[in-house]
Structure formats: structure tokens, C-alpha cells
Ligand binder design. Sequence first.
Ligand SMILES: Cc1ncc(C[n+]2csc(CCOP(=O)(O)OP(=O)(O)O)c2C)c(N)n1
Ligand code: SF4
Length: 283
Amino acid sequence: MSVRKEDYESPVENHWCPGCGNFGILNAVRRALVELELAPHQVLICSGIGQAPKLPHYLRVNTMNGLHGREVAVATAAKLCAPDLCVLVHAGDGGAYGEGGNHLLHAIRRDVDITLVVHDNKVYGLTKGQASPTTSLGEPAKIHPRGVPSRPLNPLALAIALECGFVAQALSSRTDLMTDILKRAVRHRGFSLVNVLQPCVSWDKVRTYAFYDQHCAPVPPEHDAGDAVAAFRLATSRPFLLGVFFERQGTPFDERVLPQGSGPLRDLPVEPRRAEHIARRFR
Ligand SMILES: Cc1ncc(C[n+]2csc(CCOP(=O)(O)OP(=O)(O)O)c2C)c(N)n1
Ligand code: SF4
């Protein structure tokens, strides 16, 4: 089977602003899936509400749109029902780290075999530029004219502290590196977090393409991605390092909870009478 880029062509009209960093992420995801020889029917992309969550509309793949911040929970259920699917989640920094923060913690702890790609544009893009959990302390924002009063979340350090299976950072304009990182993240069996720095050309006039070009640097080649302490130190030392910070192979959640040899949940026989009995208790 040979998978082509055209197989992922979607007829849906694109509504991102011209020049948005999301285009680079879209290109890298498509390239990664093609290079992994995954056909569209083998892939499910879950998302919620926002600019980032529009990404699966622009690819011809299986899609599940959940509520804002609930995309990881939806993906967890989907992976348990169909463990043979490659499940990705696309969310903004607001959805993933704000509204969805609690779901993120527990998906990491469970080690669900999904890849969460966070489009980290440091603002709430769709709702027109309010501060998000990753906006810098003191930075003026829409509803914070005197500056954001809270410290930003460090998603990489948080994930490493929880010994998340795979933790990496990419930049939306460096699609070669992002494609490689995404391929590794998808191949990793367990929860993968890829934080993608993404310029929002409409609402963020500080972190432009030129800003990121100037401030980003690769994770040092001598870094040992198996060393959680070194990874944590790296993640807390410089905010704009690109590459793989941490990788640890465990037993993914679906292998731990699904009975041996039972097959995917979707193949289990449905007993309508039992379902009816359960439904009656909630009427
Ligand atoms: C539970 C809930 N809270 C808030 C909203 C309103 N809302 C929709 S999109 C959005 C911002 C999205 O920002 P982000 O997740 O960072 O994604 P982006 O648009 O920047 O890609 C907000 C606040 C909502 N739909 N549901
Ligand atoms: S508002 Fe920002 S994140 Fe949303 S499409 Fe426009 S540039 Fe992209």
C-alpha cells in the first residue's frame, strides 16, 4: 500500500488567517502520516473548539469534534474502543492547558496511546486574542490591559514531572523537524505531548516568525532523552528549545485495561436488553 499526500486532500474551505502558523502544522501532520504509510481510514483526529481544532476539517481523516477542552477525554474513549486506530488530538494552548488541563494530567498518568499536538500560539485565537495559560506574566492582553497577573504554565516541565511517555517541542515554520518529531510521537506507544510554538499573526504582535527564528535553538545533541531530571532542567532553563526532551516506554493504558485477547471494545457483542436495563435506571 502506498499512501499519497492527495489521499488526505479535504474539500473543506480553509478559514485560518493568511500567514497563520497553523498552516505549517497542517503540512507537517499530513507529511508525517504519509511518511508513516498510514491511510486516512487508519487515522482519527479528535479536537474541540478553536482555531487549532479546525485542523482535522482540512484533512480527509476520521474526525471527532468534542467540547472545548474535552478533546483528550474523547480521544481516550475512542482509543479504548478502537485500539488499532492511530489517534491524534489537536488543541490550542487554551483548550489543552486551560479548560482541558485536568484531562491532560490524567491522560498522561494513564499513559493512553494517543498523540496530543498543542498549537501553542500563547493566546485564545478563535475568541480574538485573550490571554491563555501560556501567555507571559505581565504581558498586556485583551482583558488584561495592565498585564497578565499570573505566571505562565510550562507544559513541557509539567509533562516531564509526570513522566509523560514522550515530550517534545516543535516550531510551526520548521516543518522538517516537526514532521520527524510527529513521526516519533505517533510511533511511541503511550501518551505523547508535542507542544508546537505557533505564531498567531492576528493577535500576537510579539512572538512573530522573526521572533521565533531569533530565539529558538535545538535541544543540545548530547541531551539524554531518557533522563527525566536532565529533561526537566532543560525544560525550565530555556523556553524555546526544539526537539525531544523526554521519552519513556511503559505499558499503554489500553493494554492494561482491556482483557487479554478480548479485542477492541467495538467488536464486543452488544446486548440490547442489558443496555435497556441500564438506561431505565437513569429515566
Ligand atoms: C468550556 C468552554 N469554555 C470556553 C469556550 C469559548 N471558547 C471557544 S474557543 C475559545 C478559545 C480557543 O483558544 P485555544 O484553545 O487556545 O485555541 P486557538 O483558537 O488559539 O487555536 C474559547 C475560550 C467554549 N466554547 N467552551
Ligand atoms: S486568529 Fe491567529 S490562530 Fe487564529 S487563524 Fe488567525 S492567525 Fe491563526
